[in-house]
Design a protein around this ligand. Structure first.
Ligand code: NAP
Length: 289
């Protein structure tokens, strides 16, 4: 029987640091502010945005949530994000994905000022993740790594099987894991015999969006399993990609909810604080020139 890698303590530690930094900024006359764009029609996104609003309030960060109707045009959404990018009182911009099919998420993301890109969705952020340049990295891949570290699991020299190559989690995480000196096997929907790849790994990370894809019989007694998946069950409850009984075989499993997602939300606001530092550094450089 393994242990559950819950994110409660790690998330609390991150939130405490963010709250302290936000208080310092306020004392210095800067009111940290994040703006989020939500398009109606996706209940999960609306719920997530509301959660972020509540957390921001506790951290001393202002949170502006702009909710647009489903028929909003790409031009309108790009216009809002462009205005936020130019507004010096807004330090971080969040896009609540998915956007409706008639809107190019890439076009809206490209309008985000890379210095305010707390979700890590701009082309500049994607390049930084690939090359290891400093920048704002997406929160969910960061969360997977930080959760492992919080439980004392080093990635150096470990064989990680990463399941999922999506743009939000899998692909950025692939690059970040390499820099942690892990050997990474990247699996996806066309990978034959997923079980053999999962079983060979020291660490398994699932970022797919399929309930129960990773089952207890695919794992071994030393497997450490991070579950980034978020799936809605027919009864409205949330489940990950790893079946709950995996804990019977594996050494450690992160729960859903209460694992990667919990830490991700805290790290988004950590990114917002980092964004403020990056903006200040850039302004200073501009003043020197
Ligand atoms: P995505 O873009 O939809 O990508 C899903 C990936 O899973 C694809 O690479 C796909 O393969 C692969 N896949 C699908 N079926 C598979 C199967 N049967 N076996 C192996 N691989 C399979 O997803 P995403 O946006 O990266 O998100 C991944 C998951 O993370 C979702 O559940 C999402 O809700 C969750 N998420 C969690 C957080 C958090 O904070 N916890 C944040 C964001 C997202 P192909 O490439 O071949 O299609």
């Amino acid at each position: 029987m393994g242990i559950w890698m819950t994110a409660k303590h790690a998330a609390e530690a991150v939130r405490a640091e963010v709250a302290a930094e936000a208080a310092r900024l306020r004392a210095g006359g800067i009111v940290p502010k994040v703006a989020a764009l939500l398009v109606e029609g996706d209940p999960a996104s609306a719920y997530y945005a509301e959660t972020k609003r509540k957390i921001a309030a506790k951290l001393g960060i202002e949170f502006e949530l702009m909710t647009m109707p489903r028929e909003a045009t790409e031009e309108q959404l790009v216009g809002i994000v462009t205005a936020w990018s130019r507004d010096a009182s807004i330090h971080g911009i969040m896009l609540e994905l998915p956007l409706p099919g008639h809107v190019s998420a890439a076009a809206v993301a490209a309008a985000v000022d890379p210095l305010k890109d707390v979700d890590g969705v701009t082309p500049a952020a994607k390049l930084a993740v690939m090359t290891g340049e400093p920048g704002l990295y997406p929160a969910t891949p960061q969360s997977c790594i930080r959760l492992l570290q919080a439980y004392g699991y080093s990635l150096e020299g470990k064989h990680v099987t990463l399941v999922g190559r999506g743009q939000t989690v899998g692909m950025p995480l692939f690059h970040m894991l390499q820099r942690e000196q892990a050997t990474v096997t990247l699996c996806h929907s066309r990978t034959p015999d997923l079980t053999s790849h999962v079983r060979r790994a020291d660490i398994v990370i699932a970022a797919v969006g399929r309930t129960g894809l990773i089952t207890k019989d695919m794992l071994h007694a030393a497997s450490v399993v991070v579950d980034a998946g978020i799936n809605e069950r027919p009864d409205g409850s949330i489940a990950g990609d790893v079946s709950a009984d995996a804990i019977e075989t594996a050494a450690a499993v992160s729960p859903v909810p209460g694992g990667v997602g919990t830490l991700t939300t805290a790290l988004l606001f950590e990114n917002a604080m980092k964004a403020i530092r990056l903006q200040a550094q850039t302004a200073k450089k501009g003043a020197i020139r």
